[in-house]
Write a protein that binds this ligand. Structure first.
Ligand SMILES: [Zn+2]
Length: 217
């Protein structure tokens, strides 16, 4: 009986985790013969935003307990994940943005006792992240992404910073304080921990990582 394989993707905010997730998906399909339904990708940040937007009981609780750009309380994130894991039937689960505190690392170990798992950590310097998002804008009117700094979209809409980017300095500070120790803990456990440099290309990371974890696929 095979086990589900969980890939935990961690790194600083705006370090391109979503892009790596996309590369992992493509590589799994193209090279390892997985179907779309074999792969699930779960972004913890998105899950939280969804709960808040739909104003579920958990969403309301989260909204009351988070400051803008801040991390959600561990207990709520853990509960949300436990519930979500029960509903997933895919063979590979890409978990974007978890675990990101020391408390979540401990919960992660417990959660993963029934799965095969590995961690991808992208180690991106703060300066590089700030440089990357410096000119990132989104059209206020049509939502199109631009990379030209302040200006006006083809549709006439004003280009503004993404909400996430506006609070990026705070998110990076929180990352340093809360997530860095969690990364150290994960690394010290010496389990399936894969470290990649921030400058490494996302799809190269995906390719290399999957080749090293063939036995789980
Ligand atoms: Zn526009």
């Amino acid at each position: 009986m095979y086990k589900k394989f969980v890939i935990a993707l961690i790194g600083a905010p705006a370090s391109g985790k979503g892009y790596i997730a996309m590369c992992l998906k493509n590589e799994l399909k193209e090279k390892y013969g997985f179907n779309e339904s074999d792969i699930a990708a779960l972004s913890v940040g998105e899950m939280i935003r969804r709960e808040k937007k739909n104003q579920t009981p958990l969403g309301l609780k989260l909204a009351a307990n988070m400051k803008e750009g801040g991390l959600a309380p561990d207990e709520m994130v853990n509960d949300m994940l436990v519930n979500e894991l029960k509903t997933i039937n895919a063979k590979v689960l890409i978990l974007d943005g978890y675990p990101r505190t020391v408390c979540q690392v401990r919960e992660f170990d417990k959660l993963m006792s029934n799965f095969d798992s590995a961690v991808i950590f992208r180690d991106t310097p703060k300066e590089l992240i700030l440089e990357r998002v410096k000119n990132r804008r989104i059209c206020e009117k049509c939502g199109k992404a631009h990379d030209v700094g302040d200006g006006v979209c083809e549709c006439g809409g004003r280009l503004v910073k993404r909400r996430d980017d506006r609070v990026l300095p705070e998110r990076l500070a929180e990352y340093e304080e809360m997530t860095k120790p969690a990364v150290v803990e994960l690394k010290n456990e010496g389990k399936n921990f894969f470290w990649y440099e921030g400058t490494a290309e996302g799809c190269d990371i995906a390719r290399e990582f999957l080749a090293s974890n063939k036995k789980y696929l």
